[in-house]
Design a protein around this ligand. Structure first.
Ligand SMILES: Cc1ncc(COP(=O)(O)O)c(C=O)c1O
Length: 403
């Protein structure tokens, strides 16, 4: 069967590989145990940024009410998304004091993952060069592969506090770029970042005629500092597009709701592309999103409190087990170096993740799934109650001591 080269470049993906591992582990936990053997510990899945915290009830009520309306069952074309786009424009005004035009500068998305993965198809031709930070969020690279683009990686490292050094690219490299995809607060390094870093990127984008896509699903989840935003730079209308999501701020990840705000020509291009590949989310889901924006604008604040406690207690628990932790400045993740004892036994990030799951039932995400710069690292998602996280830390510590 013919499979495109583009697809083979995509590879299997870190989340899909982990999915298989977890499925195999779950099968084994369901098997009968020999009388003299101890049962496998239950799976503790800390590998996905999919929260256990609840969305606002007003959003769920609005969705439930919307489900009863016949128009929610129909295909939804762009024009019918206007109430949603108006609510987004009003949110942007409250949040960033900008006034995007809801008709031309706002677009409903089926997830910021969907939007960032489709954008390269809308703005790049095959072979065009695009910049990602390394480590990067996997679908950013996936989107470049789908567009047959040519990725350039800009490594960021812990010694510099994960600050991107844009001067590492020469002027001619900048001139060759057509697109850069950034995202601060940054997944997977769990770094809030600084507005000055993003401002530096905007200035280069303007100077070298590069599209700047800023993926910002964690805009409300900085634990230290203020989350950067493209919308805070006065030139956002000229060169950029910013992606926001209901998945993290309002815990609606499974409902698949997000939006983009940006330069009219970029919004128009992405909208044209999406016209080929999807219709919009149901009006019932959009009603939930509008309710979240208008009636639960402060929802993310209480999430930050929960994540802050989880971060601090899990960091302390892991450190007590001998695994050093850099305390991250944003919610949801710890970004951990594979412990020395495991490295000494030749375990790379994928090997460590597999062995840890086998040995403890705790599943993390291997850092190599986020690019070459993630090799030697693991991402741990703080998506279970703190007691479960601490119990997981104990299991991990026991296992590390047996290595
Ligand atoms: C940087 C980044 N972009 C996009 C996504 C996906 O968000 P959404 O649910 O809006 O597609 C995630 C999810 O973890 C993410 O970390």
């Amino acid at each position: 069967m013919p499979i495109s080269e583009r697809l083979s470049r995509l590879g299997s993906g870190v989340f899909a590989r982990n999915d298989q591992r977890k499925a195999a582990y779950l099968l084994r936990t369901a098997e009968e145990v020999a009388p003299d053997a101890s049962p496998l510990p239950p799976l503790l899945d800390l590998s996905l940024g999919s929260t256990d915290l609840q969305p606002p009830q007003v959003a769920l009520d609005a969705i439930a009410a919307g489900l009863q309306r016949p128009e929610s069952a129909s295909y939804c074309l762009h024009a019918a998304t206007r109430p949603f786009r108006e609510a987004v424009a009003a949110w942007a005004h409250r949040r960033f004091e900008v006034t995007p035009n809801p008709d031309t500068e706002v677009l409903l998305l089926v997830g910021s993952q969907e939007g960032t993965a489709h954008l390269p198809l809308a703005v790049l031709d095959p072979g065009d060069v695009a910049l990602l930070l390394d480590p990067y969020y996997p679908s950013h690279m996936g989107g470049l592969h789908l567009a047959s683009a040519s990725p350039v990686l800009l490594p960021i490292d812990p010694e510099a506090g994960w600050r991107p050094d844009f001067d590492r690219l020469s002027a001619s490299q900048w001139d060759a770029l057509r697109l850069m995809v950034l995202g601060f607060p940054h997944n997977p390094t769990a770094t809030t970042g600084e507005q000055a870093w993003l401002d530096g990127a905007v200035e280069r984008a303007l100077r070298h005629d590069v599209v700047l896509a800023h993926d910002n699903p964690y805009v409300d989840l900085a634990l230290e500092g203020e989350a950067p935003a493209l919308l805070r730079h006065p030139a956002w209308r000229r060169c950029g597009i910013e992606f926001f999501s209901f998945s993290k701020s309002w815990c609606l990840g499974g409902y698949r709701l997000a939006f983009a705000i940006g330069a009219e020509w970029l919004i128009t291009a992405l909208r044209q592309l999406k016209g080929v590949v999807d219709f919009n989310q149901s009006l019932a889901l959009q009603a939930g999103a509008i309710a979240a924006l208008e009636q639960a604008p402060h929802w993310p604040e209480q999430l930050r409190g929960v994540y802050r406690e989880r971060r601090d207690r899990m960091a302390t628990a892991l450190e007590a087990q001998g695994w050093p932790v850099r305390r991250p400045s944003m919610a949801l993740y710890l970004w951990l170096q594979v412990p020395e004892v495991a490295r000494a036994r030749g375990l790379d990030s994928e090997g460590f993740c597999a062995a840890l799951l086998e040995g403890t039932g705790v599943c993390l995400t291997p850092g190599n799934g986020f690019g070459p710069g993630g090799e030697g690292w693991q991402r741990l998602a703080l998506v279970h109650p703190v007691e479960d996280l601490e119990a997981g830390a104990t299991r991990i510590g026991d296992w590390l001591r047996r290595l």
